[in-house]
Design a protein. Structure first.
Length: 556
């Protein structure tokens, strides 16, 4: 196909190298060469243009539409006609001079398409603006044609008609250019929408008016159809949301769901639509390259990253991996996010909203967490069930890290496990009355020293009479304290649950265990060795004071 255009391409290529001021506006050679190089680079996706590319471009209609407005045809055609002995109408020069640059508008469709894709506005609004602009240009063309036809008819017949504009609006009239443009635009719109205000007289005027009427019907139909379509799609997401709610409400009524629960469901969907715009982000972004998805995730999650303490000092590579793994989730007020004793398979980062950390029986609120906090990591770190319940107090938006993704992060970034463990332990210690009010330095020292340990149901944790080497803090589970040397004569003197501790007597007073402690259910605990216990007591007097007070109270 490119070979067939070789002659034409070479002819034009030779023509544009000849600089003739009578034929072009300025130096067309430089302008055309610039166009060729730009288009060749586009076609070659940035590679160096070659002669074959130029020939292919020169043979294209698109290049012709770019070149013709650049040429000064009102000078070129009379010059060529004079050399050929042909007499052109006197208005042909001004007409070409005025209308040739308007051919650039034909290229507007492509530019408008790019604008619709790249403008940071609703695409429907961009298409509506494109439609209005196209209508203005068509009306201006029609009005300019009306002026030129009128001038040609006056010159040819020497007769003025009511169809023609006033003399000052003709090309040689004394009206200003803006006034002429406005008058032409007005006549063009009038002719397109409702027909000319006055009847044409000459045959040429009738033919032009018929052409405009036919064009007007096409434009009018196109505008009506496009505007209706655009208005219906201007907020398509809201329409789809309303349709979905209608189906959900029909289902809820059919299943006779209680009205209070129906209201909660509808409120939930309204909240999700308000926060997400009714868009499924995951489905929309699946086709994007990983690097672009990462950049989007970093931008969307930047507020959470700033709020989570241990992420502030994390490496960029770690954060990039983490944000790609996070999934969005929403909870309604009063909804249980996790429940005590459940198997933990997710870790949560709070993006917005407030949650409460609640005891197993629901009688006590240990803590209230807000944006930037996280929870659920303990069950994943130690493969344990949930140690507390979490309830949403407001509408909450979370970023969820699932267990498989959590484990892959631990493999690739071992330091992540230590950081999460420390933050998790800090919250667990906050549930224990013994640690309330301790300094941050003391808590940090305890976090460094404690070791997690799990005990099965009916397993003996400490034995009465043996030497004590550790102190224990129960995080989750139940244990019983038994006294009596013979296993048949032992009696239960106390039951220990979440937040209780034992074993400090043997460490403080350097004596054998005074009782046996046995797990009633599976127990998760943290142990503090004798040496670590002594070091913390020596460094932090308040901790020592509390330990001694607890030990003396138990001896009474």
């Amino acid at each position: 196909m490119r070979v067939g255009y070789t002659g034409k391409a070479l002819a034009i290529n030779a023509a544009y190298t000849v600089k003739t001021d009578h034929v072009v506006k300025g130096s067309v050679a430089d302008e055309l060469k610039r166009m060729l190089d730009e288009k060749a680079l586009e076609r070659r996706s940035g590679s160096e243009a070659i002669a074959g590319d130029r020939a292919w471009i020169l043979a294209s209609w698109g290049f012709a539409l770019d070149v013709v407005p650049t040429l000064a045809l009102h000078r070129a055609l009379p010059l060529l006609a004079d050399q050929a002995g042909v007499v052109l109408p006197s208005l042909i020069g001004p007409a070409l001079s005025a209308l040739a640059p308007l051919l650039k508008v034909v290229r507007m469709a492509g530019a408008a398409g790019e604008l619709e894709k790249r403008a940071h506005v609703n695409p429907a609004l961009a298409r509506l603006a494109h439609l209005i602009l196209a209508s203005l240009i068509i009306a201006l063309w029609v009005g300019c044609g009306w002026v030129l036809v009128s001038a040609q008819q006056i010159r040819r017949h020497g007769v003025r008609t009511d169809w023609q504009p006033a003399e000052e609006y003709l090309p040689a009239g004394n009206a200003t250019v803006p006034a002429k443009v406005v008058r032409a635009l007005y006549w063009g719109f009038s002719a397109i929408t409702s027909g000319a205000e006055t009847s044409p007289t000459t045959t040429v005027e009738v033919l032009y008016t018929l052409s405009v009427l036919f064009l007007g019907m096409s434009v009018y139909a196109s505008i009506i159809g496009n505007v209706g379509s655009l208005l219906s799609t201007l907020d398509r997401a809201a329409v789809e949301h309303e349709d979905k709610l209608e189906k959900i409400q029909a289902y809820l009524r059919h299943r006779m769901i209680p009205p209070s629960l129906q209201d909660r469901i509808i409120d939930y969907y309204d909240y999700v639509f308000t926060t997400s715009g009714g868009l499924d982000e995951q489905a929309l972004l699946d086709d994007l390259p990983t690097s672009i998805r990462t950049d989007i995730a970093l931008y969307l999650n930047k507020d959470v990253i700033r709020k989570v303490p241990f992420l502030k000092s994390a490496s960029e590579s770690f954060i990039s991996v983490l944000v790609r793994l996070l999934k969005s989730e929403v909870c309604a007020p009063s909804e249980w996010v996790i429940k005590y004793g459940d198997i933990g398979k997710e870790m949560y980062f709070i993006n917005s909203g407030i949650v409460s950390v609640i005891s197993a029986d629901g009688s006590r609120i240990f803590n209230v967490l807000g944006p930037g906090s996280f929870f659920g990591e303990y069950a994943l770190l130690y493969s344990q069930t949930r140690t507390a319940s979490i309830r949403a107090e407001t509408y909450c938006s979370f970023f969820v890290l699932h267990q498989s993704d959590f484990e892959s992060l631990l493999e690739d970034y071992p330091a992540f496990a230590d950081v999460v463990r420390r933050h998790g332990l800090g919250r667990i210690l906050a549930k224990i009355d013994l640690f309330q009010g301790l300094s941050d330095e003391c808590v940090e020292a305890l976090l460094d020293a404690m070791v997690p340990e799990a005990f099965n149901a009916n397993e003996t944790i400490v034995q009465q009479g043996e030497l004590g080497h550790s102190m224990y803090f129960i995080i989750k589970g139940t244990a019983e304290v038994l006294i009596g040397g013979d296993s048949h004569n032992r009696r239960v003197v106390k039951t220990l649950t979440d937040g209780d501790s034992f074993g400090e007597l043997a460490l403080i007073f350097d004596q054998p265990r005074s009782a046996t402690v046995r797990a009633v259910s599976t127990c998760d605990a943290f142990t503090l060795s004798r040496d670590e216990f002594s070091d913390v007591m020596e460094e932090f007097p308040l901790f020592k004071e509390r330990m001694v007070a607890q030990a003396e109270n138990r001896q009474k």
